[in-house]
Design a binder for this molecule. Sequence first.
Ligand code: SAM
Length: 467
Amino acid sequence: MSNHLPAALIDSLEGLSGFNRTSFEQVHTAAEKITSLRLNPMKVRTAAEQENILSSLSATGAQRVPWSTTGYYLPQRPSFTFDPYFHAGAYYVQEASSMFLEHAVRSTVALDRPLKALDLCAAPGGKSTLLQSLLNSNSMLVANEVIKARAALLADNISKWGAANVVVSNNDPRDFGRLPGYFDLVVIDAPCSGSGLFRRDPELVTEWSPENVMLCSQRQQRILADVLPALKEDGVLIYSTCSFSKEEDEEILDWLADHFELENIPLEIPDDWNIVTTVTHKRNCSGYRFYPDRLKGEGFFIACFRKRSMADTVKRKEAKTAAIGAKERELLSQWIQLPEGYTYQPHQEDILILSSMVSSEIAMLQQHLYIRKAGVKAGQLGKKELIPDHQLALSNLLVDQVPVIDLDLKAALQYLRKEDPGIDTTVRGWALMRYEQMALGWAKILPNRMNNYYPKELRILKDISGL
Ligand code: SAM
């Protein structure tokens, strides 16, 4: 062992592009903690809102992440649990190097077109929320996670982000073979041996071994081979890991170039970002290495390809979609400002709000995938009223007439703990609870008390009395 890093890891990195043993070891010994977040452009629209959020998190000022339009470094780590903006989905706490996905997507994909994008290994949702912010509202993101419990977490994070053009699925990569030639963009942020995160999470080191690197490499190949048929001809594949090992990085690029008709896409990257370009010996593929001793971020690897082979196309069966009646629509219009092209769709007891592409694709997707969540759940329609869902509160689709109650920090945290903050209000019935204009959830105000509808499973458990 050298510092806390396995000697076998360090030895295996010798000779790799950009690897410097001394500074690599030093940066791991120093173990600086870097905190970064990405703002949600759908919720944080003005410079004043952005300033409010960032200054509430860091008195001394946040710094831009160079390769991200919405990413910021914070000088120290605040308690996100006690920040209502965090629970409102105003930002996502994301490791800075990962935010480079934005540059990779902008450099390779025509984002003004209606696109179908797949984030195959998506939980907990860092890359998916980023992709959602990049895609236009006529595009659709399928955010998939194979592990059921992690798919639930992904769905919660997507709900918090608030978009109606995302579908969350819970499938094995091989299930996507049923959707040949379907996606314009496939992102694979592959499960890996995790050495890129050793500075941040030193306990991960105990799980590292050369054997595990090989297992990860084989799994990555399996995942890629399984999902590639689902990519359209001329579609873009973006592959990333948080491993430094060449078996999971450069060797995967060569394997892809050897086995599939994929054209590697080199990216233009400003020198002062200090990202290392690595070109594979065998097939001349460019990939990008992020070293924590060279830039402000954790270890990361990313590469882009364009599919050059003909792809089959998915066979579409006629599928009926249910519609809601005029009366229900009238009731919903008292709550919801439906953007053009968006539709309502009944699903079991609920009404869903779907973006135009999700609405035209969902029946077909349901035939092939296990769908956990589609669009935004508006709520349940009773005879006379809508019982609004938490997803609707966080969606930015509400009409201005919905009654609101603005909470100060203490009351907002009490609300998020599912307590009654004891508000003095003339509002009666359903009310949107907000903090600094940012929606947190619903409450129903009765003459003598408030029923707090914040989801039990999301509530803050930590004690707030000392704040
Ligand atoms: N993209 C996520 C983000 O930015 O928040 C992080 C993804 S993490 C690096 C890899 C994900 O792949 C994990 O959620 C893990 O559960 C999932 N995974 C594990 N084994 C898998 C497999 N065999 N096929 C597909 N995904 C797998």
